[in-house]
Write a protein that binds this ligand. Structure first.
Ligand SMILES: Nc1ncnc2c1ncn2[C@@H]1O[C@H](COP(=O)(O)OP(=O)(O)OP(=O)(O)O)[C@@H](O)[C@H]1O
Ligand SMILES: [Mg+2]
Length: 385
């Protein structure tokens, strides 16, 4: 499988709305000896999104290369397996596929696996690199029959690029307008049959004409602890690091349902084991290392704890609106909604009600806050009412 990448954003690329980011991981001191290690606090260690070029390069070597090697996402794998087999029997290209879900769950990895399984090339690009018509035309006209075109962050495509994609996806043709106004003519150019794989963390931001042109629309879900344990064990093997199943589970429990975070935590634990001259990472080593990095046993960081504590103590458990929560914690509204909330909802520490967010009894218990039952009672009252 040849992978051709053109992910550099165009010079005039539209920038995404600025989210409040934590400090860049580049400024984090890397542990060189045990005394230094004790002072390491890595602010982005639990962020699923990555903007760190070094981490992106390292991720390439950790990607599973076949569906069989890809851990978890059982339902999704089943759907894709059938689609691949059917396309192969019919000797056709795969249906266009839209993958959506939070960052770091394996969307890019799956697109590359599809190309390998189908034995075709994968051309990788991202919406910020496709701002002008020429960008997308150039890519489409160079596609070979059966190729996969992977467009990351597809919700950020400009309207003009989307409109070029509509006939390309539906009828495998390009409609090019020549001349101006009254004398303008549309020339159609046939394209080889290809598969568009789109990935997005914000499926709600896609226009419906674009979404409707995908034959398969599939969601990636957060991983279970046992699945993440297998991912940690697999990564440890690739990194030649010895780890017990219990050590892998300790890391998996803190990985917020996300393989990217699991792999990152493993690397930090490996640093710790190395400076402590431990040949084998067990549960104790893993949990002591995670404590040093300020990662709590459920993978919550200080912002998660601040959000929950503020809701419990200042808003009496909720319901509290996003604006009020943002104002009280000093965190950006969008960051709360897209970075912190999904995992807190997933583990049942937060509920969304029509009147706002409610902190649950489980969260109060975890944080050792008073009134461990209030959140649950309030929620059930709200749900009844
Ligand atoms: N099911 C899986 N099994 C093993 N490793 C996985 C799995 N899913 C993801 N990973 C690993 O997690 C890392 C992140 O995966 P990937 O880059 O595919 O995520 P993504 O969904 O494309 O994220 P983003 O939204 O930020 O682009 C990769 O290094 C990959 O190897
Ligand atoms: Mg990706």
């Amino acid at each position: 499988m040849a992978i051709i990448s053109s992910k550099q954003p165009a010079a005039n690329a539209e920038q995404p709305p600025k989210e409040k980011k934590k400090k860049s991981p580049k400024s984090v001191p890397q542990p060189a000896n045990p005394t230094q290690l004790a002072s390491v606090v890595e602010p982005e260690i639990l962020q699923a999104e990555t903007n760190n070029p070094e981490e992106k390069i390292q991720e390439e070597s950790l990607r599973p290369s076949s569906l069989q090697e890809y851990i978890g996402q059982k339902d999704l794998k089943g759907v894709l397996d059938i689609a691949i087999q059917a396309a192969k029997v019919r000797q056709e290209s795969l249906d266009h596929l839209l993958l959506y879900g939070p960052p770091g769950l394996g969307k890019t990895t799956l697109a590359l696996i599809l190309a390998t399984e189908m034995g075709v090339n994968c051309k990788i690009t991202a919406a910020p690199a496709l701002q002008g018509p020429r960008d997308i035309l150039g890519i489409l006209m160079r596609l070979q029959p059966g190729d996969i075109l992977f467009i990351d962050e597809i919700h950020r495509l400009p309207r003009i690029t989307e409109e070029i994609l509509y006939p390309a996806m539906e009828d495998f043709r390009l409609d090019i307008t020549q001349g101006k106004e009254a004398t303008a003519k549309i020339r159609s150019i046939p394209l080889p049959k290809f598969t568009l794989v789109g990935a997005t963390t914000k499926v709600g931001s896609l226009t419906s004409p674009l979404r409707d042109r995908f034959g398969l629309v599939q969601k990636l879900r957060f991983y279970e602890v046992d699945e993440l344990t297998l991912i940690v064990q697999r990564t440890a093997e690739i990194l030649h690091t010895a780890i017990t199943p219990e050590g892998a589970a300790e890391i998996a429990r803190r990985a917020r349902g996300t393989p990217r975070i699991a792999n990152r935590l493993l690397k930090r634990v490996r640093d710790y084991a190395q400076v402590k001259a431990c040949d084998l990472i067990d549960a104790e080593i893993a949990s002591t290392a995670m404590e040093i990095y300020n990662v709590d046993p459920l993978g919550l960081d200080w912002v998660d704890r601040l959000l929950l504590t503020t809701m419990a103590e200042q808003f009496n458990g909720g319901p509290v609106g996003l604006e009020a929560l943002a104002a009280s914690t000093g965190e950006d509204r969008q960051t709360i909604e897209s970075v912190y909330e999904p995992y807190l909802l997933q583990i049942g520490y937060l509920h969304r009600t029509p009147r706002g967010r409610v902190v649950t009894a489980a969260a109060r218990k975890h944080l050792g806050l008073k009134g461990a039952n209030d959140g649950g009672e309030q929620l059930s009252l709200l749900e009844k009412g």
